[in-house]
Design a protein around this ligand. Sequence first.
Ligand SMILES: C[S@@+](CC[C@H](N)C(=O)[O-])C[C@H]1O[C@@H](n2cnc3c(N)ncnc32)[C@H](O)[C@@H]1O
Length: 235
Amino acid sequence: MLTFAGAMGWQLARMHARVGDALQEMNAMSDPDRAAQRTLDYYRLNAEAFRDGTRDHDVSQNIDALLRHIQAPAPLRILDLGCGPGRDLKALTARGHVAVGLDGTEAFVEMARADSGCEVWQQDLLQLQLPTESFDGIFANAVLFHVPSAELSGVLARLHEALKAGGVLFCSNPRGQDEEGWSGDRYGVWYSWPSWRARLLAAGFVELEHYYRPAGLPRAQQPWLASVWRKASRG
Ligand SMILES: C[S@@+](CC[C@H](N)C(=O)[O-])C[C@H]1O[C@@H](n2cnc3c(N)ncnc32)[C@H](O)[C@@H]1O
């Protein structure tokens, strides 16, 4: 039988765990580099399982959404931001484009290079160093939600600079009600559409379209929010 003292101890342990979680989240917000490093550690430790589990994911709907808005003539120069093990680098190359990968997880960079033959840069999203006006499109599939919200404007500004005039940014993120914090050992932000839209518009992007995934299911069963944006041409 649970004694009063035992029950109190259990409640205290639960409160302690909750306070611990809250403190970790506050730390991550005040030290985004640590949040990024712990998230990257998660991917490093789980790189092979992640590759095996996502190799057959069909994101052709997202690749189509990026490509159909790019007005420049092919072959296009596309940055696959947070390319992971390289599935989409291969798909973009198979469509005749010049794809460049970028990821912070060294194991993924090596896998992506070996598997796709593409140029792949190892960079942290929080310290991006990208060439100016270099890409016709940026494909950011399931990656920008890992950027702590306080750092997002800086990251979007660097992506904006890296696009050619009229270039297109595709993003897909797990959606939510603007919750921010840890999901296991990965840090993330679960943006609502109004908040995500406001952040992209503030960064100087023009809205092209958005949709929820997987296609054909009721909204409650569509956890992914995909959106497509243009860097406005200079007038
Ligand atoms: C959910 S995976 C998506 C991978 C791939 N785009 C896909 O659709 O399968 C997130 C990716 O973001 C990368 N990533 C997470 N935080 C990062 C950071 N701070 N800098 C660079 N890459 C990061 C991870 O290494 C991982 O490859």
